[in-house]
Design a protein around this ligand. Sequence first.
Ligand code: AP5
Length: 222
Amino acid sequence: STNEPLKVMISGAPASGKGTQCELIVQKFGLVHISTGDLLRAEVSSGTEIGNKAKEFMNSGRLVPDEIVTAMGTVRLSRQDAKEKGWLLDGYPRTFAQAQSLEELNIRPDIYIVLDVPDEILIDRCVGRRLDPVTGKIYHLKNFPPESDEIKARLVTRADDTEEKVKSRLEIYKQNAAAISSTYSSITNKIDGNRPKEIIFKDIDSLLFQLLKDKTAKSVKP
Ligand code: AP5
C-alpha cells in the first residue's frame, strides 16, 4: 500500500508509564518499539563496547552521552522493519542535541506524546517496579503484581530505581524537557498519566487512530 506508517514519539518523566503504554500501542498498532533505555540495558548485559561505556552513566541515573545514543538510535531506525511498519520511539530523543540530530536526518514524528504524572507518584512507581527478564514485561509490586509465583521468582529490579537515583533522573528530565519540547511543540499532545493504564491507552488509541485515518485520506486523494 502507499500508506505511510505511523511515526510516534512518547516522552515523560522516569516511570511516567512510557514502557507500559508502548506495550499496549505495539499490540494494537504493530509499530516497531525503539526504547533507548531497553537497547542500552541489552548492551550493558551483553558487555559490548557501547554497554561498557554506558554502564556508569546509567547506574548513577545520568544520561548516556548524546553521540552514543544518537549512533545507536539512528542505526536502529534505519532498519527495514521500522521503515515498513512505522516506529514508536520511547525515551528518545532525550536532549536538544538528540532531537536536532534526528531533525537533520529528516526523521520526524507525526505526534509527540507527553505523559504527565506528578513527581510524588513517580518515586513510588520506580521503587515498586520489577521487570521480567524472560518476557520483558513491566510489573509493579502493588499496581501490577505478577500473574504467578514462577514469574514472581524471576523478577529483577533496575539498578537505577532507588529513591535517590530516581530523584536525580527526574531533575535531569526536567532540565531537558523544555528544550526538546520546542522542537515538537506543534505536534505535542500532553496526556494525564496519573490514571489507570487502560484509560490512558484509550486516549492514545484515539489519537493514533485519528492520525491513521488522516494519513489514509491523504493517500487516496488524487
Ligand atoms: P529509560 O529506560 O528510558 O528510563 P526512564 O525514562 O527513566 O523511564 P522508565 O523506564 O523508568 O519509566 P517508564 O516511563 O517507561 O515507566 P514504566 O512503564 O516502566 O532510561 C534509563 C537510563 O538509560 C537513563 O537514565 C539513561 O542513563 C539511559 N538512557 C535511555 N535513553 C537515553 C537517551 N535517549 N539519552 C541518554 N541516555 C539515555 O512504568 C513505571 C512503573 O509504574 C512500573 O512499575 C509500572 O508497572 C507502573 N505503572 C505504569 N503505568 C501505570 C499507571 N497508569 N498506574 C499505576 N502504575 C503504573
